[in-house]
Design a binder for this molecule. Structure first.
Ligand SMILES: Cc1ncc(COP(=O)(O)O)c(C=O)c1O
Length: 413
């Protein structure tokens, strides 16, 4: 192996995420903490954040929880409590573990479909082909900022009265036909983990226009407690029916504690003020990146209309393990943090928790998910990312296909 050319290794110092909790967010926390006797457990800031988020998204109701995974869990739990368990939920092969875990934990059977390579979401035609009398919901993931919905799927689900659940954890602010993702399905989920468009350190949101779902999720978030209901008439119904119970401690469901705190909500409220501006910058970054990548080497034909990406998608055009190694080695050499297989560890059917259920070969039936699994990466896309850095990275990446095997790019990775 040749010596590494140190001069070329001038670092780009490019983490997955930078400055996502700003000074002004921390100042808002300090203002809360320096109040006399501040309330820190879920209280008025959580309520205000929920209302402000609902206004921003364009839905009637939002329920703040402690993570996107918790949002997934209470969404599926609400579906189970309101409509019974059993039956199938259609899910993507490329998503986060908590989407599938929620389906499994709530007693539904996940039915997998391959992705659409241009959206990284489910191939909508495959979803339609897998709808049966046993389908209880379709749970789409809008991955890495791209819209995963088509009008045809929406119409088909509407016609068959099958609920659409949207995971928007990676795609805050993305739109489909002029509507924000997360305002279209029966329920939607957001994550406010550090690396996402808006961060409350940890946190998540369940959003809906359906009053029944909303009230159920409110109870599921807090042990199943009836006192969490907004509706006084619903509370009275429970009090009348269960007259032997203390209304303060009536548990409607065997549920969870997935509440957030006032500290998280204060950060969220502060962040929401600059979310749209940040989304604009990130969108410009993605367009610049895709416009400058060599389309003969990398996939650049993503469905970017209405997209909102916190990551720059870097997917090889062809199945080329050598080039993939070179790309990863180059990113490492230049200090560019990356993830392989998209945000969730690639083809979920390759993960041990699903191999145990579906066997070792099931994953091979989903070649597009597998392509992303083996040849798909992403790097961070944060609002302060400089134009010049994006162009430098594109230059580096575009130069890689011409390198010869056995040179410095074979640094192990
Ligand atoms: C698509 C998707 N769903 C759910 C989650 C879970 O969110 P959290 O990390 O807040 O639990 C993530 C995580 O980033 C995700 O990418």
């Amino acid at each position: 192996m040749k010596t590494k050319p140190v001069a070329q290794a001038a670092g780009l110092h490019w983490p997955l995420m930078k400055n996502n909790i700003a000074r002004e967010d921390l100042d808002a926390v300090c203002a809360l903490l320096t109040q006399e006797d501040p309330v820190l457990t879920q209280s008025r800031h959580v309520r205000s954040f929920e209302e402000e988020w609902s206004d921003w998204l364009g839905v009637k109701y939002s329920v703040f929880v402690n993570s996107g995974s918790s949002a997934n869990l209470v969404t599926l739990a609400a579906l189970k409590e309101l409509h019974g368990s059993g039956g199938e939920v259609i899910v993507p092969t490329i998503t986060w573990v908590s989407d599938i875990a929620a389906v499994l934990h709530c007693g539904f059977e996940p039915v997998f479909v391959d992705i659409d390579s241009r959206t990284l979401g489910m191939d909508n035609e495959q979803v339609i082909a897998k709808l049966t009398a046993r389908t209880r919901a379709v749970f789409v993931t809008h991955g890495l900022g791209y819209n995963a919905l088509t009008r045809r799927l929406q119409d088909e689900l509407g016609r068959r009265r099958i609920p659409l659940l949207e995971d928007v954890c990676e795609s805050h602010g993305a739109t489909f036909a002029g509507r924000k993702l997360g305002s279209i399905g029966l329920v939607s989920n957001f994550s406010f983990y550090y690396a996402h468009h808006l961060s409350t350190i940890e946190g998540g949101m369940v959003c809906t226009n359906d009053a029944e779902i909303y009230e159920t999720v409110r109870m599921l978030r807090s042990h199943g407690l009836v006192r969490e209901l907004d509706s006084d008439s619903r509370k009275k119904e429970y009090a009348d029916e269960y007259a032997d119970l203390n209304p303060e401690f009536t548990f409607a469901y065997p549920a969870y504690n997935v509440r957030g705190t006032e500290i998280n909500a204060v950060i969220g409220r502060s962040q929401l003020k600059r979310l749209d501006e940040n989304i604009e910058r990130r969108t410009e970054n993605l367009v610049l990146f895709l416009d400058n990548l060599d389309p003969s080497i990398y996939r650049t034909d993503f469905a970017t209309e209405g997209s909102s990406n916190y990551a720059l998608t870097l997917i090889l055009k062809n199945q080329d393990p050598i080039l993939c190694k070179r790309v990863m080695a180059t990113l490492k050499l230049h200090g560019v943090e990356f993830r392989r297989g998209t945000a969730g560890g690639g083809n979920q059917l390759r993960q041990p928790y699903l191999r145990r259920l579906h066997g070792p070969d099931e994953c091979k039936k989903y070649p597009r998910a597998d392509h992303v699994h083996f040849y798909g990466l992403y790097v961070g896309n944060y609002p302060t990312l400089e134009r010049d850095m994006i162009l430098r990275l594109c230059d580096l990446l575009n130069g890689l296909a011409a390198k010869e095997k056995g040179d410095m790019w074979m640094v192990s990775c």
